[in-house]
Write a protein that binds this ligand. Structure first.
Ligand code: G3H
Ligand code: 13P
Ligand code: ZN
Ligand code: NA
Length: 313
């Protein structure tokens, strides 16, 4: 069924796993993701960025997601990823999305609170849940001092105040991940101590089992980076979050793990391979089909190795 994330997150928190949130923008990605989830009997969050909305249109995406629910029978939350403003939030709620993110992380603390609060009020009146973000998800530079590093991580005291004052349903935090295929220059490092402090602070102040969201969580699977590069691509120095760190995050308060880059790499690698091996091929089904299968396999592997959400449906 088409659901909000409320129940998904409570079950995930208690069961020490996380729900996968995968970015969608076309038919093959949607089918690959939901078929992977169906194979593992897992609930899922399908998320749409502003760019994806512009590319595919909210109407098309909503109808395809309805078809996906009919085909698979799994629970799906349809979510706005990195909502930039009130207008976009309104647009997707009108289109039937069940969850929205408002990303005010680039605003000053008070401004982020003010804008998030407005969106929470609007969404809650319409039965829609809200995710917000606090802290900056920038890549950590090797050469900046530790004190400066700290500035980009989410501050636990601010996290508590933010949740209290906005009434937001889940919070995306910065503990060292970043978007895209180039996440770490040196060794991968996530601040699990900060994640634990945030959970402890929330817990001590009456926010029991409060769901935390991890953005920028693609593993940047070497297999698909190599597949891209072996068939004419040029993706050098790509590095993602190691699987065991993501597994640890899912066992903690993280209830939603966002992945887009891995889907893009799987899709592009698969298509490049078909093109490289069959230069005469020009039937889109012959290259989009394998790309869809690769996405399904990727999602099954994520559920097995990172999310732990098998049988959560
Ligand atoms: O966090 C961003 C997602 O990967 C979506 O990216 O804005 O290029 O659609 P996009
Ligand atoms: P990745 O770039 O690591 O896949 O992160 C995606 C994301 O956070 C979407 O909101
Ligand atoms: Zn993100
Ligand atoms: Na969890």
């Amino acid at each position: 069924a088409l659901v909000t994330t409320k129940e998904m997150f409570q079950k995930a928190f208690e069961g020490k796993y996380a729900i996968g949130a995968f970015n969608i923008n076309n038919l093959e990605i949607i089918q690959g993701v939901v078929r992977g989830c169906k194979a593992r009997n897992s609930a899922v969050i399908l998320q749409v960025s502003k760019g994806a909305l512009k590319y595919a249109g909210a109407g098309y995406l909503k109808k395809m997601v309805e078809a996906a629910i009919e085909e698979t029978g799994i629970d799906i939350a349809l979510h706005l990823d990195h909502g930039p403003d009130f207008e976009t939030v309104k647009e997707v709620i009108d289109a039937g999305f069940t969850s929205v993110m408002f990303d005010g992380s680039h605003y000053e603390f008070e401004e982020n609170i003010k804008r998030t609060k407005e969106i929470v009020e609007y969404a809650h009146e319409r039965g829609v849940v809200v995710e917000a973000e606090l802290g900056r998800l920038a890549g950590v530079e090797d050469d900046v001092k530790v004190a400066e590093h700290e500035a980009i991580y989410t501050d636990p005291d601010e996290a508590l105040e933010f949740v209290k004052r906005t009434g937001v349903d889940s919070l995306a935090i910065a503990i060292g991940t970043s978007h895209g295929a180039y996440k770490f220059k040196g060794e991968a490092k996530l601040r699990f101590d900060i994640l634990q402090q945030i959970t402890d602070k929330l817990e001590a102040n009456g926010f029991k089992n409060y769901p935390i969201v991890l953005h920028g969580a693609s593993a940047v699977e070497p297999m698909y980076v190599e597949m891209c590069n072996n068939y004419g691509g040029n993706i050098a120095g790509a590095k993602g979050v190691p699987a065991e760190m993501l597994r640890k995050a899912s066992s903690m308060a993280v209830c939603k793990i966002n992945m887009d880059t891995d889907l893009r790499l799987a899709m592009t690698g698969s298509i490049r391979k078909v093109f490289g091996e069959n230069p005469k091929e020009f039937d889109p089904r012959k290259y989009l089909g394998p790309a869809r299968d690769a996405i399904q396999k990727l999602v099954e592997d994520k559920i097995d190795n990172i999310l732990g959400s098998e049988n959560s449906n």
